[in-house]
Design a protein around this ligand. Structure first.
Ligand code: SF4
Length: 410
């Protein structure tokens, strides 16, 4: 699956907890109608055959067939309960993202049944972008053909590296040959929208190897490329054990620039800090997050955002299933964002993108904040932040330093 996506299982919350119990939160969700008429839908498949050493996502060991069936039954119950909230029919689901975990461990008929379940309970847009994250070792041509027949329109392939020794060190189950075969299988299955995930800043990764990986992957002509610098997030094995051989910061910066240059040379637009796309192939689903728009969620640990309510599901798969077997939406925590928190989030997410944010938003946030105003002035002088029309955006150099600005926007 993806290396470091902005996805709703890992999205950081900035609001304050509602202080409500779980059943009350489920009721609260039912009463909170979305502001917009279109939403995204994130569906979390938690299972992995093995946990990668850098991974901090909400994963679960792959159970036997009965365990997978229990999860699927719970997910269908959740779709039914969500589809029963009063506003469910008033929104159109514009994008669906099956993320994980490893969604490609599911059989095509199971994926088809989940998409059908969603279509039965909600209005699914005729041109909905439906993405599934796939790991190369579980992405055969036959399976991908089945996903396509089930309505999936986009594949996100977790390649991460083409260095076999590095892949083994990360704990991945595929090698470079298998990654290339999975990409070809996606094309042969008829997918004309295929994204590849890569990682840099990895222990032992040097610039020539990274350049070779980039050139090889870009020669496959993916429609979209996500590339994330390694971060040792809490919950990962490497965060607790440490990992030797991490490249120095200036080496990681060199890898970032090699990526930006290679992607540009192959005609990919750098449209978000970690994402590149051919024209018209931006991830529509992820753009919903970056525009701070609304999305629903299903699955263990999945997070949604509706109106001013951000909510998250129970994380442990067994507890998630048990809650749904009791007939209760598995919402476990929630928070209401106030206007200031909402603006900060819109700014931070929007400034991740090449589109940037309306200049008026940034002015409003900086009013009366001397430190932030000084930082913004300095960044403009250094061409890290630029105007385009009535918007402001970070440049590629600004993307690289963006964390320092985002901290002040909170
Ligand atoms: S495949 Fe690896 S990185 Fe992806 S969710 Fe599973 S353990 Fe995490």
């Amino acid at each position: 699956m993806a290396a470091r996506p902005v996805h709703p299982v890992t999205a950081a919350a900035t609001g304050s907890a509602t202080g409500r119990g779980a059943p009350a939160l489920a009721e609260e969700l039912g009463r909170t109608a979305p502001d917009g008429s279109e939403v995204g839908f994130y569906l979390h498949v938690p299972f992995c055959e093995r946990r990668c050493h850098y991974c901090s996502f909400n994963t679960a060991p792959l159970p036997d067939g009965a365990g997978v069936r229990r999860y699927l039954a719970a997910a269908h119950r959740e779709l039914a309960l969500l589809g029963g909230v009063p506003w469910a029919r008033a929104v159109t689901v514009a994008t669906v993202f099956l993320g994980g975990g490893t969604p490609s461990l599911l059989e095509p008929e199971d994926v088809g049944a989940l998409v059908d379940g969603l279509r039965t309970r909600f209005t699914l847009a005729g041109d909905a972008e439906i993405t599934i994250e796939c790991n190369p070792e579980s992405a055969s041509r036959t399976k991908l053909q089945g996903y396509r027949a089930a309505g999936v329109s986009r594949i996100s392939l977790g390649v991460q590296s083409l260095d076999d020794r590095l892949l083994a060190r990360l704990g991945r189950l595929h090698d470079a040959r298998r990654a290339h075969a999975a990409f070809d299988a996606a094309r042969q299955a008829g997918f004309d929208n295929v994204s590849v995930d890569l990682m840099y800043g990895l222990p032992g990764l040097d610039l020539p190897t990274w350049r070779h990986t980039l050139e090889t992957v870009l020669a496959w002509m993916p429609d979209h490329l996500s590339a994330y610098g390694l971060t040792l997030d809490p919950g990962s094995a490497w965060a607790s054990s440490g990992v030797p051989g991490l490249p120095a910061e200036d080496a990681v910066v060199e890898q970032y620039w090699a990526l930006a240059r290679a992607a540009a040379a192959h005609g990919l637009e750098h449209y978000e800090i970690s994402n590149y796309a051919r024209p018209r192939f931006r991830s529509r689903h992820n753009q919903i997050y970056w525009r701070a728009q609304e999305y629903l969620a299903c699955g263990p640990g999945a997070c949604g955002f509706v109106g001013d309510l951000r909510y998250g599901n129970v994380r442990a798969t067994a507890r998630y299933c048990a809650r749904l077997e009791e007939g209760v939406l598995p919402v476990d925590d929630g928070e209401r964002l106030d206007a200031r928190q909402r603006l900060a989030e819109q700014l931070i997410l929007g400034l991740r993108t090449a589109d940037g944010v309306p200049a008026a938003w940034l002015r409003r946030r900086a009013e009366g904040d001397g430190a932030l105003s000084r930082r913004l002035r300095a960044w403009r002088e250094q061409a890290l932040l630029v105007e385009h029309g009535d918007h402001v955006r970070l440049t590629e150099a600004g993307f690289l330093l963006s964390d320092a600005l985002f901290v002040e926007l909170l």
